[in-house]
Design a protein around this ligand. Structure first.
Ligand SMILES: Nc1ncnc2c1ncn2[C@@H]1O[C@H](COP(=O)(O)OP(=O)(O)OP(=O)(O)O)[C@@H](O)[C@H]1O
Ligand SMILES: [Mg+2]
Length: 296
């Protein structure tokens, strides 16, 4: 993306109405930048090349209003998305109004709260963000996103700020909304285990590149890239007392670090000579020589 070095290279994703597509990877792998690149919200000085098509329209060269129309975003920390001095009702009514809704906006706001599973909507409309629990806040920020009647909902780590029991609830809600509203959901998370049952497809990123993609159930059952295998192995939920949790040694390289060949090779348990010199091609949804029958 940046002249000189690419923070994200060869990113590709296909979103479909009614389906959740999860993008998974460790911190710094480029999950957020990829989404911001499509929306035209990259930091100053960053450039993007390539193509982002929606319904036959090239978004990357479209004027900002057209480019972002139909998209809504839900962020990790709902408090930063909500205005502390506005009531829940004011948030929803204002968003509905800005996005062209007419008629009884209060009734529309109540319907949105019901849709995201907030009971006693009348009372909640009067409340302020700090008076809600974390889970309720995230539901309100999802309701605000829906108030824009999006076709695509980008949810960037929507559950990281929540406690464990609430995470599954919010992911289930997103999947139901995708189905009910024929909404395409682009779900960003660092937790590959969390996407089980929560997404239809998964794209795994490592250090700015996509390493594997496929239907979620298939990738979780038979991961093909050693990075996906390592992510699945380091699952605290499957930990046994007295047995050390498998971890992936090392850290994601810095964006500016030049690594020849496969960017994962310094951490890969199955590295072969070729991985150190040549970047693996993207073949049949995976970028790894081993998956392509080499070096076994
Ligand atoms: N404004 C910026 N200026 C320079 N580099 C940046 C900027 N924003 C992000 N980067 C770099 O781009 C890379 C990808 O960042 P990105 O935020 O997309 O990662 P991420 O996968 O979303 O990580 P996280 O899980 O921590 O949110 C990182 O190496 C990061 O340091
Ligand atoms: Mg991010």
């Amino acid at each position: 993306m940046l002249e000189g070095h690419a923070l994200v290279d060869d990113f590709s994703i296909q979103l479909e109405a009614g389906r959740v597509h999860a993008v998974v990877g460790e911190s710094g792998s480029g999950k957020t930048l990829s989404a911001l690149a499509v929306l035209g919200l990259l930091p100053e000085g960053a450039a993007v090349r390539g193509s982002a098509m929606r319904g036959g329209v090239e978004l990357l060269t479209a004027p900002a209003a057209l480019r972002r129309a139909g998209f809504a975003m839900v962020l990790q920390e709902p408090l930063s998305a909500l205005n502390p001095v506005l009531s829940v009702g004011a948030h929803l009514v204002e968003t509905l109004s800005v996005h062209g809704a007419r008629g009884d906006l209060r009734a529309a706001a109540l319907a949105l709260l019901a849709e995201v599973g907030i009971p006693s909507g009348e009372e909640r409309l009067k409340m302020f963000p700090h008076q809600l629990s974390g889970g309720q806040r995230q539901r309100v920020s999802i309701a605000c996103a829906l108030a824009a009647s999006p076709q695509v909902l980008i949810a960037d780590e929507p559950t990281t700020a929540l406690d464990a029991s609430m995470r599954g609830v919010i992911l289930t809600l997103l999947r139901r909304l995708a189905a009910d509203r024929a909404l395409a959901v682009w779900l960003i998370t660092h937790d590959l285990h969390a996407v089980r049952g929560a997404s239809d497809e998964v794209t795994v990123m490592y250090a700015g590149r996509v390493v594997e993609h496929g239907p979620t159930a298939g990738v979780l059952e038979s991961p093909r890239h050693p990075y996906t295998v390592a992510l699945l192995a380091s699952n605290p939920a499957g930990a046994k007392v007295g047995v050390p949790l498998p971890t992936l040694a090392g850290a994601v390289p810095l964006a500016r670090e030049v690594i020849a060949g496969c960017r994962f090779h310094p951490r890969c348990a199955r590295v072969v000579a070729r991985c150190r010199v040549e970047r693996p091609e993207w073949v049949e949804d995976v970028a790894c020589y081993l998956a392509h029958g080499e070096g076994a």
